[in-house]
Design a protein around this ligand. Structure first.
Ligand code: PLP
Length: 413
């Protein structure tokens, strides 16, 4: 099948929800993807943070093939060997007590919101005053289902689907005064990403997160943290909140958890979990034996890579800072979750396209930010290749050079 024939077929067979780049990928190996013409691409996006161990990782392939011979799906009506084992590992690394498994990020977030409401509801029955408001952050992104949209602070995702779930108010990221102003006894949860992903790789400040934790304690509310993009090793620790010295009540993870298979999880404390009972929440597919067995292996492999992620992330950040001091813009993020925000959306798009032509995958988010979510296994030479190509692309595309070029062109005519 050629790229042209796939493109043609999709154009009248699929809902027009995606603007795909004109590449037909057919296989991957290590940090590289290969297209239908055999061209190789260095992947600095890893399927938006999913393929964190790269492609064809031997330990993952082994578990996949062994488990798929044994059992792929069984439903949550029965036990299998791997949910408890995976929950044991996730609770140990997160400092929480219990897990619930689902299929995607948005589903994990949706479940987390339900859990927060169910907890407040159970407390109300014990004589506490009504609490059902939720605070979320401007510029956030939590997914595409209704609860997730209701807590996503970007109108472009929300407006066509109104009315959304009521009771959500948005606080400006890192605005301490705004947070204090909006937090009162009617709030059951504050919901936030430790580092906003789609919102342009913007970390929450330590002061803001610590205050959020403090206010939840004062008002008997919950701190619900979305680590779907920034969690599971991406920042050099298993969870990004671990850089801040706070412990959330509910944490969501997904993306890389099962190394490319769909799997998400909600993690929480015994205190919060006590509001749940059989039938209150559930899923058909979530937490199947194949995805959970692979996820156990993913966590084992990631643990060995944490210091490599910190070191590579530090080196990459330094290289990006050097580029920013030459070409302008701002570098943000931590570990291997980094962005270089440029001055214009058009320039950022042109850079992404130019790198694609030269066999490097990155993307653009929040209009102007070049986003880098490379696999954890990248090496120094890969970082250097990407930064050299970025430098070259910016030299070629930057507005001053373009202006210079057109002046030369005009003077020749
Ligand atoms: N939360 C965050 C922080 C995300 O980055 C994403 C996806 O990009 C989601 C939630 C939604 O995850 P999914 O696309 O798996 O539903």
């Amino acid at each position: 099948m050629s790229l042209a024939s796939v493109k043609r077929a999709e154009s009248h067979l699929l809902l027009p929800t995606y603007e795909r780049k004109p590449v037909l990928f057919t296989r991957g190996h290590g940090v590289y993807l290969y297209d239908s013409r055999g061209q190789r691409y260095l992947d600095f996006l890893s399927g938006i943070g999913v393929n964190a161990l790269g492609y064809g990782h031997p330990a993952i392939k082994k578990v996949l093939s062994q488990q798929s011979e044994k059992l792929i799906h069984i439903s949550n009506l029965f036990f299998h060997e791997y949910q408890a084992e995976l929950a044991k590992r996730l609770t140990k690394i997160s400092g929480l007590d219990r897990a619930f498994f689902c299929n995607s990020g948005t589903e994990a977030w949706e479940g987390a919101l339900k859990l927060a409401r169910a907890y407040a509801h159970a407390r109300n029955h014990n004589g506490h005053k009504a609490k059902w408001r939720m605070l979320a952050l401007d510029n956030s992104f939590h997914g595409r289902t209704f609860g997730a949209l209701a807590t996503t602070g970007q109108s472009k995702y929300r407006v066509p689907f109104a009315p959304l779930m009521p009771g959500v108010n948005f606080v400006t990221l890192n605005d301490i005064e705004d947070l204090k102003r909006q937090f009162d006894g009617s709030v059951c949860a504050i919901c936030l990403e430790t580092i906003q992903g789609e919102g342009g790789i913007r970390p929450v400040s330590p002061e803001f997160l610590q205050l959020a934790r403090q206010l939840t304690e004062t008002h008997d509310a919950l701190l619900v943290v979305d680590e779907i993009q920034c969690g599971l090793g991406r920042t050099g620790r298993f969870f990004a909140y671990q850089h801040y010295g706070i412990q959330p009540d509910i944490v969501t993870v997904a993306k890389p958890l099962a190394a490319g298979l769909p799997l998400g999880a909600i993690l929480t404390s015994n205190k919060v979990a006590s509001c749940m009972h059989p039938g209150l929440h559930g899923t058909t597919f979530g937490g199947g034996p194949l995805s959970c067995a692979v996820a156990v292996e993913f966590l084992k492999q990631t643990e060995k890579l944490l210091s490599h992620i910190s070191q590579s992330g530090g080196y990459f950040r330094q290289q990006l800072e050097n580029l920013a001091s030459k070409h302008g813009g701002q570098v943000r993020g931590r570990g291997l979750m980094l962005a270089w925000a440029l001055d214009s959306a058009d320039l950022a798009q042109a850079v992404v396209d130019r790198l694609l032509q030269r066999g490097i995958l990155i993307n653009r988010t929040n209009d102007t930010a070049l986003r880098f979510l490379p696999p954890y296994i990248i090496e120094k030479k890969h970082i250097e290749q990407v930064t050299q190509e970025l430098d070259r692309a910016l030299d070629e595309l930057s507005p001053s050079r373009q202006k210079g070029k057109s002046r030369i062109a005009r003077s020749r005519t």
